[in-house]
Design a protein around this ligand. Structure first.
Ligand code: ATP
Length: 358
């Protein structure tokens, strides 16, 4: 039995009728780092609070190390929680703040001290141990809060937007530290964020939530490559996915129908193509592979950059479209380009249910 955390169909409705969490089931194995991601209000924090025992589910069961924890008080659960703005005691030193996390309170002072020093070393807080918490920077405070949560040595570490108050550079740095520490300790962790790039950086297992429900729960690569729903396709991805609603009886001229493997029985579908997989080439250049599903001609209206990659955007079939501009395509605003994508890069969704069709 190496399931450290197991949620079985947990639900929570708040007074006033908000169904914050709706039949959520989820399992984390020992040492796994799970990330709950989704838009504001989708139920991420409520899920974490139910695991920590701060909120009682209306239905469903929560197990930690295989034991149902339904009747247990927060302090009796084998879980540590780190909040977005984990409050430190401002007038106490870093060492004293860390000591609040210590798992075994009855150890002698020397053992206490060595545990605190060990975690301080791992989090680069050694020189700050005697400083008052109120004199720390935001990033240093987050480190202390992380150290305090880790010192609890709980089976499950719960982190609610632990990095959202930090600037980008610090966030990236602390993301690395969280990863390193969780790996080193084999710490089972469930982290909440609304930032999809943070989710992709951290997750062994990514859980996309929307309106209290899980849209997809899988390894990050598969969510990017094979989104299970339209929502997951739109929420995860460095640039917004392109979408067209197309009827099989009258496919729009932008698609080369003979090259599209139409899902069985579908009448109308939403076709999604990620900008990374939609390549532009100059109008008169030789075509790419024979399998490419041709998407038509576009006038470049804007450029977008992500890192070293360049994207263009314009309109195609009445919808906005974004596409990659491979190196060597020296296009300018106003140029016409031809777009193509491999047939395998096309995602099909049911327009009614939003579910993936093939
Ligand atoms: P965010 O990313 O903004 O923190 P979230 O995904 O963590 O959002 P929750 O905080 O779990 O979402 O909230 C889910 C829903 O439940 C929201 O509609 C919220 O307004 C509602 N809600 C949360 N706490 C309460 C409460 N104590 N009483 C009533 N409604 C609540």
């Amino acid at each position: 039995m190496n399931n450290m955390l197991e949620l079985t169909a947990i639900s929570k409705q708040y007074p006033g009728g908000v169904q914050a969490v709706d039949q959520v089931s989820l399992t984390l194995k020992a040492g796994e780092l799970g990330v709950l991601v989704g838009p504001s209000g989708c139920g991420k924090t409520t899920t974490l609070r139910m695991i920590a025992g701060l909120e009682k589910p209306d239905q469903g069961t929560i197990r930690i190390r295989g034991q149902a924890v339904d009747g247990q008080r927060p302090q009796d659960r084998d879980a540590a929680m780190m909040f977005q703005s984990s409050a430190l005691f401002p007038w106490l030193s870093v060492a004293e703040n860390l000591a609040f996390g210590l798992a075994k309170k009855n150890l002698d002072r020397r053992t206490h001290r060595s545990q605190i020093e060990a975690i301080a070393r791992q989090l680069q807080l050694e020189d700050l141990l005697e400083r008052k918490a109120r004199t720390l920077s935001g990033g240093q405070r987050q480190r202390v809060a992380l150290g305090r949560a880790l010192l609890k040595e709980a089976a499950v570490l719960l982190m609610d937007e632990p990095l959202s108050s930090l600037d980008r550079q610090l966030r990236l740095q602390l993301q690395d530290e969280i990863l390193r520490l969780c790996r080193q300790r084999g710490q089972t962790t469930l982290l909440v964020t609304h930032d999809q790039s943070e989710a992709l950086n951290l997750a062994d297992r990514l859980v996309v939530m929307n309106q209290g429900r899980i849209e997809q729960n899988d390894i990050p690569q598969r969510i990017v490559a094979q989104p299970a729903t339209l929502f997951a396709a739109q929420f995860i991805g460095e640039r917004p996915i392109n979408l067209w609603t197309v009827r099989s009886a009258a496919p729009q001229s932008i698609f080369q129908p003979s090259q599209i493997v139409w899902p069985d029985g579908a009448d109308t579908v939403v076709i999604g193509v990620r900008p990374q997989q939609l390549r532009a080439r100059r109008l008169n250049s030789a075509s790419g592979s024979e399998e490419a599903a041709l998407m038509g001609e576009v006038v470049i209206e804007r450029f977008h950059w992500t890192g070293a990659q360049r994207f263009g955007s314009g309109r195609l079939g009445g919808s906005p479209v974004e596409f990659s501009l491979p190196e060597g395509v020296n296009s300018q605003i106003g140029d016409r380009v031809v777009l193509s994508a491999d047939a395998s890069a096309l995602h099909f969704f049911d327009p009614e249910t939003g579910r993936r069709l093939s």
